[in-house]
Design a binder for this molecule. Structure first.
Ligand code: OGA
Ligand code: MN
Length: 229
């Protein structure tokens, strides 16, 4: 067995499994019923340490760059909207490989239960320095069916309330287009927690953080040319 695997496996998962059946059940049930979920202690402390170590190493190697909004030709830096710095995961080492194995298992399990047909993902590390934030936004526009499911994994041990930096999730814009500013949940970015939601349905924001804040954002997607006819 992979020596890293040994340390990150959850007690109730079998040899090759990086996600427990219990967590899969909760995620699928919640997504089906309400379109979002939060699971605490989804990543073990050892897995969190490993990911945080990879993140900080890449940061020391200056592999991070200022985040922007929009894609490709539409990409712009807007520090009034988001001020974090990011680095895409690219399966460049054993740690990232392990994380991606976990994502593969999770995506397959969710597809099986909810028939979402997701076939591809992208994952990125994000660092928010004190004073930084990401204003209210959606990760995918209605009907685009590009990013299907957003997942955010948090890597911050000993997070206390005074540190801020919460993820705030808002309800879907209602049928008549009236925006609802009553949060569904305000979630501190505590180590091991994962938040997941349907990318088109939930506006969300990252409140100003008062301490350095580490996360991994993941989007499960459908690649156009792989949609079965
Ligand atoms: C994002 C995002 C939330 C978080 O990167 O699109 O909304 O809690 N991140 O880091
Ligand atoms: Mn987002």
């Amino acid at each position: 067995m992979n020596p890293i695997l040994n340390t990150v496996l959850q007690p109730d998962s079998c040899a090759a499994s990086l996600v427990s059946q219990e967590d899969i059940d909760q995620i699928c049930t919640d997504l089906y019923q309400s379109g979002w979920t939060v699971v605490e202690n989804f990543l073990s402390a050892a897995f969190v340490d490993l990911m945080r170590q990879d993140l900080t190493t890449l940061d020391q190697q200056e592999k991070f760059h200022k985040a922007g909004i929009g894609r490709e030709l539409d990409f712009v830096r807007r520090e009034d909207i988001r001020s974090d710095r990011i680095c895409w995961l690219d399966n460049i080492n054993e740690t990232q490989n392990l994380f991606m194995q976990m994502l593969d298992q999770l995506m397959t399990a969710v597809n099986r239960r909810l028939f979402l047909g997701m076939n591809h993902y992208e994952a990125m590390y994000a660092i928010y320095e004190p004073g930084q934030f990401y204003k209210k936004h959606v990760d995918s526009f209605k009907g685009q069916r590009n990013r299907i499911m957003t997942l955010v994994f948090y890597l911050n041990p000993d997070w206390t309330q005074d540190k801020g930096g919460e993820l705030v999730l808002y309800p879907d814009v209602s049928e008549n287009g009236v925006e609802n500013n009553e949060p569904i949940i305000t979630l501190p970015p505590k180590a091991g927690t994962v938040a997941a939601f349907l990318s088109e349905d939930f506006p969300h924001e990252v409140l100003t953080t008062h301490d350095i804040r580490y996360s991994i954002a993941v989007w499960f997607r459908i690649r156009e040319n792989e949609i079965p006819l």
